[in-house]
Design a binder for this molecule. Structure first.
Ligand code: DQA
Length: 138
């Protein structure tokens, strides 16, 4: 099975960024662990801080890949364009967040991704990504 993890803005700073919210592990480190935990999955990873690049990536993989695990980060709460892209492609998208966005500021309670997503997993730290991968294997 071919799955891709797509991370949005500021997630390249995981490990250094607000460790009390997002933990102290880098995503690169965690991704290596994911690959060894899910050897049966052909897992790739893309990160960008640029909204249009994230949309381009969804278009590129959204008709060939079997599943997309998307943490659109702050664009989750602002980007109609990313929300439309999720609806425009064929590949199912699972929306993921590290933190429980519903326990945080009001502006994080809105998601432009959720209505087009197959499901949403949030609040389990980096393990949210593990759970999203597992959801594709059910
Ligand atoms: C996040 C939550 C967003 O509100 C925030 O802007 C992020 C990360 C999360 O994974 O918890 O950058 O998507």
């Amino acid at each position: 099975m071919k799955l891709i993890v797509i991370n949005g803005p500021n997630l390249n700073l995981l490990g250094k960024r607000e460790p009390e919210v997002y933990g102290s592990q880098t995503f690169e480190d965690y991704f290596t662990e994911l690959q060894s935990r899910f050897k049966e999955v052909e897992l790739s990873f893309y990160q960008s801080n640029i909204e249009g690049e994230l949309i381009d990536k969804l278009h590129e993989v959204g008709f060939s890949c079997e599943g997309i695990i998307l943490n659109a980060a702050a664009y989750t709460h602002t980007s109609i364009g990313l929300g439309d892209a999720v609806k425009a492609i064929e590949t199912p998208v699972v929306e993921v967040h590290i933190s429980n966005t519903h326990q945080r500021e009001d502006f994080r309670h809105v998601s432009y991704i959720s209505s087009g997503a197959k499901g949403v997993i949030l609040g389990f730290g980096l393990q949210s990504y593990d759970l999203a991968i597992q959801s594709f294997l059910l």
